[in-house]
Design a protein around this ligand. Sequence first.
Ligand SMILES: *[C@@H]1O[C@H](CO)[C@@H](O)[C@H](O)[C@H]1NC(C)=O
Ligand SMILES: *[C@@H]1O[C@H](CO)[C@@H](O)[C@H](O)[C@H]1NC(C)=O
Ligand SMILES: *[C@@H]1O[C@H](CO)[C@@H](O)[C@H](O)[C@H]1NC(C)=O
Ligand SMILES: *[C@@H]1O[C@H](CO)[C@@H](O)[C@H](O)[C@H]1NC(C)=O
Ligand SMILES: *[C@@H]1O[C@H](CO)[C@@H](O)[C@H](O)[C@H]1NC(C)=O
Ligand SMILES: *[C@@H]1O[C@H](CO)[C@@H](O)[C@H](O)[C@H]1NC(C)=O
Ligand SMILES: *[C@@H]1O[C@H](CO)[C@@H](O)[C@H](O)[C@H]1NC(C)=O
Ligand SMILES: *[C@@H]1O[C@H](CO)[C@@H](O)[C@H](O)[C@H]1NC(C)=O
Ligand SMILES: *[C@@H]1O[C@H](CO)[C@@H](O)[C@H](O)[C@H]1NC(C)=O
Length: 398
Amino acid sequence: MPFPSSISIHKMQQQPLSFSIFFFFFLLGFASADYLQNSDFESLPKNVTGNSSVAFVLLNENNTMPGWTFQGTVQYVTAGRGVTLPDNGHAIELGQDAKVNQSFKANGDYANYILTFSLAPCGQNCSANAKVIVSGPDNQGIFSFKQHYGKQAWQSYGQYLGLSGHEESVSLVFESQSVESEDNSTCWPLIDSLLVKAVDKLVQGKDNILLNGGFESGPEFLSNSTEGILLDSALSPVESPLRQLAVVGTIRYIDSKHFSVPHGNAAVEIVSGVSAGIHTEVSLAQGSAYNLDFTLGDANNACEGDFIVEVQAGSVVQNFTITSNGTGSAKKSSIKFEAVSSATPISFSSFTSSQTKDGIFCGPVVDDVVLLSSNSPKIAIKPSILICLLLLIVILWY
Ligand SMILES: *[C@@H]1O[C@H](CO)[C@@H](O)[C@H](O)[C@H]1NC(C)=O
Ligand SMILES: *[C@@H]1O[C@H](CO)[C@@H](O)[C@H](O)[C@H]1NC(C)=O
Ligand SMILES: *[C@@H]1O[C@H](CO)[C@@H](O)[C@H](O)[C@H]1NC(C)=O
Ligand SMILES: *[C@@H]1O[C@H](CO)[C@@H](O)[C@H](O)[C@H]1NC(C)=O
Ligand SMILES: *[C@@H]1O[C@H](CO)[C@@H](O)[C@H](O)[C@H]1NC(C)=O
Ligand SMILES: *[C@@H]1O[C@H](CO)[C@@H](O)[C@H](O)[C@H]1NC(C)=O
Ligand SMILES: *[C@@H]1O[C@H](CO)[C@@H](O)[C@H](O)[C@H]1NC(C)=O
Ligand SMILES: *[C@@H]1O[C@H](CO)[C@@H](O)[C@H](O)[C@H]1NC(C)=O
Ligand SMILES: *[C@@H]1O[C@H](CO)[C@@H](O)[C@H](O)[C@H]1NC(C)=O
């Protein structure tokens, strides 16, 4: 049994590392505390019995939903007969003028709150899919079931809610928005499996000028979802569920549990084709030289082909081609550039729209983006030493 023994040797040698890993998971556990009550709608409304065979039950004053306040036409939905839901339990359908809301208390320290939720269409024969507006304290997003990116009938999305703290009440609101439809075949959205995560403000580390370059700070993955989380366009890095990185088009936020992730627990897969991707601006010293390292690959989801990723770092724009067998490849590359202005753009854009043989939309994976100054001195002078030296010079001068 060489495997367990090698693990124990590794553990003995890496005591500080395993401690920091433990600490990291402790923090993660804390960060993903579930803030919402009845977040998967498995607590039944008052008059619905667990063995109810009725697929849709209209909520009203006598039939309320634990944890939630609602207005308009809201139905309690049970999976089965044409309705597929995450974990096959229950969901709610937001019908005409529907609005549901819940509030929760923020932690003591200010943190960014990010929502993961699942959206499903209510039927197959829809001429139009009504939209759902998701609002948090500082941000609002509109979602609709316009396209299937995966195999499941439902899809999970990520949405930035806002910055809160000091026991502030954070309100989360879902509202339906009807669309024009000639006949009566509008499908209303079903929502299910909500998860709220608080992430701390990111601080620049010595080992990477780029914030969230490893894509570890984003929405929390649903434990039973095998299809990652879709992130729709979020053109402001401040209001992006992928913290500090703007999203163009649609990307899939993938977890290492279900996909091939080059580094850490998460990466991004650019799924919506031409010019979709991620973008940010970094404040750099004008005229200085920098190095941008990154890993490109595929998610091990049977996505085959040649993907072109256009990488921009300042004024340098370069195409990289990945040849993928769909079996989880990863290749490190880098770009050297000089910062010509203080706001330096960094972006990764896909030039390829791909689908697997099963029809799943897929594309190149980007991970582990590291930006560092390439002419930084090997021996860094500590600020305290620098101040002492300056003082000494000043004293000697006089
Ligand atoms: C729910 O149950 C209560 C009594 O338990 C009854 O008065 C009420 O009419 C019921 N509502 C519905 C919608 O069935
Ligand atoms: C549902 O279950 C309850 C108890 O769990 C039982 O009393 C009732 O008869 C059941 N109803 C149906 C329709 O099976
Ligand atoms: C709720 O229950 C009350 C009392 O049983 C009844 O008068 C009322 O009509 C019910 N409301 C609805 C919407 O069913
Ligand atoms: C929903 O919003 C209303 C109005 O803002 C508020 O009174 C109510 O308490 C909220 N419901 C929940 C469950 O937070
Ligand atoms: C959808 O339409 C097809 C053919 O038009 C029909 O056979 C099927 O029963 C419809 N499904 C639903 C859920 O209405
Ligand atoms: C269309 O919807 C309206 C309002 O919901 C309903 O009264 C009408 O019967 C529906 N028509 C058809 C053809 O389903
Ligand atoms: C995940 O799936 C398992 C088995 O299907 C189920 O027991 C569990 O409750 C699910 N977890 C969540 C968070 O829904
Ligand atoms: C990268 O490839 C795309 C598609 O072939 C092309 O449109 C684009 O101009 C190329 N960019 C660079 C920097 O060569
Ligand atoms: C892809 O498959 C081909 C033939 O099956 C093989 O030669 C090649 O090494 C594979 N490439 C990768 C990156 O796995």
